[in-house]
Design a protein around this ligand. Sequence first.
Ligand SMILES: [Zn+2]
Length: 135
Amino acid sequence: MPDAPFCLRSNALRPAPLSANVSRFGMRKHLATIIVIAIAGLCGLVLLSNYLSSGRMVTTAADAAMCKNNLIAIGKAKAQWVYDEHKTTNDVPSWSDLVGTNRFFVSVPECRAGGVYTIGRVGEPARCSLPGHGL
Ligand SMILES: [Zn+2]
């Protein structure tokens, strides 16, 4: 019988002992990996649900702050419009008075959370239809 090309007694060819695959450390490592993946998955689901509902029921403090900035800008545009057009504080400008080339806005300002703006009289602040969005 010819000699084997390698030594069959070498431990290198033996499968690792079963205990090496199921050691306590190994199981903890797998458990930690599974927990991290589960948490990442949950975060992903929350972000995805926020994104999908961006049609949009979720309104955040950032949305309200952005909306407030828009309402302030609309108020400033109304104040300038009343001056430029010699109007009174009881007059109500339309979007076409405020939006367009050489006007106050390039496009109609939009509430990021989907609220609808009411310009209102010059003497009163512009409003957003969403609760918590106001001046
Ligand atoms: Zn708003």
